[in-house]
Design a protein around this ligand. Sequence first.
Ligand code: COA
Length: 150
Amino acid sequence: MSIIEADLEAEPPLPIRVRLAGPRDCDALCELLDDPAHAREQVLAWLETPGTTLLVAQGETGVQGVAVLVTRVVPLPGGAAHKIVEVDNLVVRADQRGRRVGRRLLAAAVEWSRQRRAVQVEAVVGEGGARRFYESFGFAVANDRLVLAA
Ligand SMILES: CC(C)(COP(=O)(O)OP(=O)(O)OC[C@H]1O[C@@H](n2cnc3c(N)ncnc32)[C@H](O)[C@@H]1OP(=O)(O)O)[C@@H](O)C(=O)NCCC(=O)NCCS
C-alpha cells in the first residue's frame, strides 16, 4: 500500500497528497522553516543524511507541510534489533494550519513506519499545542525514557 492510499483511507479527501521530498523541494521546504538564515543548510542536511526521510504534503498551491523522520535501529540482547522512527520535526505552512494537513502528514508518517516494520513512532515535544496535536492522534507519554539535557 502506498503512503497516498493509506492517507485516503484514514481521512476524508483533502486536496493534498503525501510524497517523499527530493532536492527540487529545497526552496519550498526552506519557506516552511522559522529561521531563514539557516533553513537551506538544515534542509540540505536532512536531504543528505542517511536514515532521515522527508515526507511532504503536496497541495494545489505547492508544498503545504513537511514531516522529518529519523530512523534508529536499536540493538536488542541476543543480536536482534528493532527499528524506531522519530518524528524529528513536523511543520505545516502557517496559512494552512487547522485544516488537518498536519494530521494527514502524521498518518502518512505512521503508515510509512509500519511499512518498514518499525515497532514504535516517537515524537519529542514540550508542553503546548504540538503536544496536543500528537495526543489527539493517539500518541501517549512513555515513562521509560530518561533524559539529561546535554
Ligand atoms: C502543530 C502543527 C504541525 C499542526 O498542524 P495542523 O495542520 O494545523 O493540525 P491539524 O489541523 O491536522 O490538527 C489535528 C489535531 O491536532 C490539534 N491541534 C493542532 N494544532 C494544535 C494546537 N496548536 N493546539 C492544540 N491542538 C492542536 C487539532 O485541534 C486537531 O485535533 P482534533 O483531531 O481533536 O480535532 C502546526 O500547527 C505547525 O506546523 N506548528 C508549528 C510547528 C510545530 O510546532 N510542530 C510540531 C512539533 S515538531
